[in-house]
Design a protein around this ligand. Structure first.
Ligand code: FVH
Length: 437
């Protein structure tokens, strides 16, 4: 220890992260008072010198600064509603390190300020093992006076701290954004590690390859940031069309292992969407353009998380169908990937609707023969997908490039109705028309 930190700090929430925070403060010489719903979890910290408070109110009253790290916003509001908390908060500084979403910040801030507390929100960008290191990044936003007055204690939690301004939602937005990047990258490592194993590459050898790739990734991230800042989307290095071509091969290689491929599919679908939007020759940095919420889908009130999850599912189904077309599949394998047994298809040029899966399968034989052995078929799902009970309605664009020399591409627009069944979300009704998307 051997340093001069003397101000008492309260830590509320002693899960893996909260305990790491309390321990880092103790190591820096701060007297620490703790409270946890399950008091037994405090035992190791008490052995290291912490003091246990009998209630949330007593914990808050014990220190000028309280750091909270609970499971989520609901747990925060529950603890703040405990008896005596309102009175204890007056004149205190409150640092919120619980995972939340930006829209929850005004609720917490108003609650705390109404009781006379000052509020700072933070986003921890690391796992508990990295708490207390000089290079550990934690972002903060909210009342600057809390950040300035308690800088020493905050530095004890993570030495690479940054203040992002007076609006606490900004810190939480940064935390959520960087969290998706970090956890998504880890998810992609795990998805591909499973694939590597089935191709005979041991996990430790794959880890070495992944480390080498991460330099490439960060070069591309830096280049993408420059392109997004300057609007330079010239496809001189990594065009959407070229990367999509490679991703289709990667999807085929991954699908052949039978391993899960959710993230790989999702990225391929995003590239296919950009291609359909006419950006095949642009640098992949343009994906951040194509998917900008202001240009596509109203995010927020109009669409809830359920609709967004269903829409992502439809994208994933169609990305898998795209990959199946590209690897030259049979109708028997292809059709169940996107159509329900109870399917009815009608459209331009059809005298009668095709009813039932068996009839569709027969028709698919002829359709696939016309498209050649490995056609390029890409889809675009228009947002928003409309969800009503167990049905989702989506306008889908299809772009078909037959696998014959000189064959012309064909485009279709389909009004599709989807239903979740034993194979996942599948089309139950389809009305198609030929033409521009
Ligand atoms: N662990 C990690 O790697 C990360 C990385 C980045 C950010 N987080 C966020 O930190 C918050 C806490 O994470 P944690 O690892 O400490 O989580 P747990 O070990 O599951 O502990 C959860 C604590 O929350 C308490 N709690 C839950 N519900 C309530 C409630 N209704 N009332 C009062 N307390 C509640 C729980 O208490 P108990 O179960 O021990 O009684 C734990 O103290 C989290 O936001 C991460 O997203 C972690």
């Amino acid at each position: 220890m051997g340093n001069a930190a003397t101000s008492t700090v309260t830590v509320i929430g002693l899960g893996n992260m909260g305990s790491a925070l309390a321990r880092a403060l103790l190591r820096r010489g701060h007297p620490v008072t703790v409270w946890n719903r399950t008091a037994a979890k405090a035992a190791p910290l008490l052995a290291e010198g912490a003091t246990l408070a009998a209630s949330p109110a007593a914990a808050i009253a014990a220190s000028p600064l309280t750091v909270m790290c609970l499971l989520d916003h609901a747990a925060v509001m529950e603890v703040l509603a405990a008896p005596g908390v309102d009175g204890a908060l007056a004149g205190r500084s409150f640092v919120q390190l619980t995972s939340s979403v930006p829209a929850q910040m005004p609720v917490q801030q108003a609650r705390l300020q109404a009781c006379g507390a000052r509020f700072l929100a933070g986003g921890i960008m690391v796992f508990p093992g990295a708490i207390g290191r000089p290079d550990t990044p934690i972002v903060y936003a909210g009342e600057a006076s809390v950040y300035d007055e308690h800088r020493e204690a905050l530095t004890a939690l993570g030495g690479s701290l940054r203040y992002l301004g007076p609006d606490p939602a900004v810190a939480v937005g940064a935390y959520c954004t960087a969290g998706i990047f970090a956890l998504g990258s880890i998810g992609l490592f795990l998805e591909t590690a499973a694939m590597a194993r089935t191709y005979g590459i041991p996990v430790d050898a794959y880890y070495g390859l992944a480390r080498l790739s991460s330099d490439v990734v960060f070069d591309r991230v830096r280049d993408s940031a420059r392109r997004l800042a300057t609007g330079d989307f010239a496809g001189d290095e990594a065009s959407v069309g070229m990367i999509l071509h490679a991703m289709r091969d990667f999807c085929t290689a991954l699908a052949a292992t039978g391993m899960p491929m959710h993230l790989t599919r999702a990225f391929t679908a995003q590239l296919a969407e950009a291609e359909l939007a006419g950006r095949a020759n642009d640098d992949i940095a343009c994906l951040a353009d194509v998917t900008a919420p202001t240009e596509r889908t109203p995010v927020g009130e109009a669409r809830g998380p359920e609709e967004q999850a269903i829409e992502a599912e439809l994208h994933a189904v169609l990305a898998a169908v795209s990959a199946a077309f590209a690897r030259g599949t049979t109708p028997a394998e292809l059709m169940p990937m996107w159509y329900d047994d109870d399917i009815i298809v009608a459209g331009e040029g059809d005298a009668r609707a095709t009813r039932g899966f068996a009839a569709l399968l027969q028709k698919a034989d002829a359709m696939l023969a016309e498209m050649g052995p490995r056609p390029r078929v890409t889809f675009r799902v228009d947002s928003p997908v409309l969800v009503s009970g167990q049905l989702a309605v989506a306008m889908v664009g299809a772009n078909i490039q037959p696998d014959f020399p000189g064959a012309e591409a064909a485009r279709y627009r389909m009004m599709t109705t989807w239903r979740p069944g034993k194979r996942g979300w599948r089309i139950v009704r389809e009305l198609f028309a030929a033409g521009e998307l």
